[in-house]
Design a protein around this ligand. Structure first.
Ligand code: ZN
Length: 301
């Protein structure tokens, strides 16, 4: 199936935004795509045409606003034999002593509407985004956090130890080279907001105390753990999204056919669900995700 309509007036090629159905009073030749196939050959004597169109698919050229019609319901002139004449035929007529009637056939939309390509594109992008998150093993981080929140076996100390080991693994995967080859200096070199770095370093100090001085984590430490987890995860999600250049995405055959509103809303929903169901962050995240989409230059209009 061809993707783009060529406007017969201005020659602009486009993916139709949508079609609507329109009733016609027996039009013979206007619809564009049947012109060549079923061109009415005028026969002397005023005979009825072989084909008539009774409904059409209608769309508009986005460039010059020309209204373009395609056949949606086609009537074919068919000969009625003696037997079928006994049945009541509404549209029966006679020519040269023979009986005819038009039999009507529905025709599909001749082109897919823009929505089809939008759904297809967004579906593929969603898979790409989830794969990027999976590559960062974010579901493992989320599972760890969830067990801390719901499983009494995982206390704050155990969570702290495992959370920091995830951070260390993440840093190792980045292959950062710094002058001083220490964890603290590598954290310093991370491309994340300063406050998150400070909080991670504070957590490392708490781990040292807890391991070597039998220090018990208190409520303040637990708040810091939760805050650091949420902010770091949100930052990692943001960075992955930014690396995919989602603001430059388009339907390549016809960039104007991208439905920005649908795209924005689908990405927002994907992120909200992911943060809640996979990362187990139940804090009010809606505003945060709106801000994130804004930073990514993905907008409604
Ligand atoms: Zn046009």
């Amino acid at each position: 199936m061809k993707k783009k309509i060529k406007c017969p007036l201005c020659s602009f090629e486009f993916i139709p935004r949508f079609f609507h159905l329109e009733k016609l009073k027996y039009e013979v030749s206007a619809p564009v795509h049947i012109v060549n196939k079923f061109k009415y050959k005028k026969i002397n004597g005023g005979f009825q045409p072989q084909n008539i169109v009774s409904r059409s698919w209608v769309t508009t050229c986005p460039e010059c606003k020309y209204i373009i019609k395609f056949a949606a319901e086609l009537g074919k002139k068919e000969h009625l034999d003696q037997e079928s004449k006994t049945i009541f035929h509404l549209r029966e007529f006679k020519e040269n002593g023979k009986s005819y009637e038009y039999k009507f056939y529905n025709l599909d939309k001749p082109y897919r509407e823009a929505h089809y390509y939008n759904v297809d594109l967004i579906g593929r992008l969603k898979k790409k985004i989830i794969k990027a998150f999976d590559d960062l093993v974010l579901p493992d981080w989320g599972f760890l956090y969830k067990t801390w929140k719901v499983d009494s076996q995982i206390d704050s100390f155990k969570f702290l130890i495992r959370f920091l080991s995830y951070i260390e693994k993440y840093i190792a995967s980045l292959d950062i080279s710094v002058g001083l080859n220490t964890l603290i200096s590598k954290i310093g070199a991370l491309y994340i907001p300063y406050e998150i770095k400070e909080n991670i370093i504070d957590l490392i100090r708490i781990r040292e105390k807890a391991v070597s001085q039998y220090y018990e984590l208190n409520e303040k430490d637990e708040k810091l753990l939760q805050k650091t987890y949420i902010e770091l995860i949100m930052e990692l999600i943001f960075q992955e999204m930014a690396s995919l250049h989602l603001n430059e995405v388009n339907i390549k055959e016809d960039p104007q056919a991208l439905d920005k509103e649908l795209y924005y809303l689908e990405l927002k929903e994907l992120l909200q669900n992911y943060v809640r169901d996979t990362m187990y962050i139940h804090k009010e995240t809606s505003q945060f995700i709106i801000t994130m989409l804004n930073r990514l230059k993905i907008t409604l209009g």
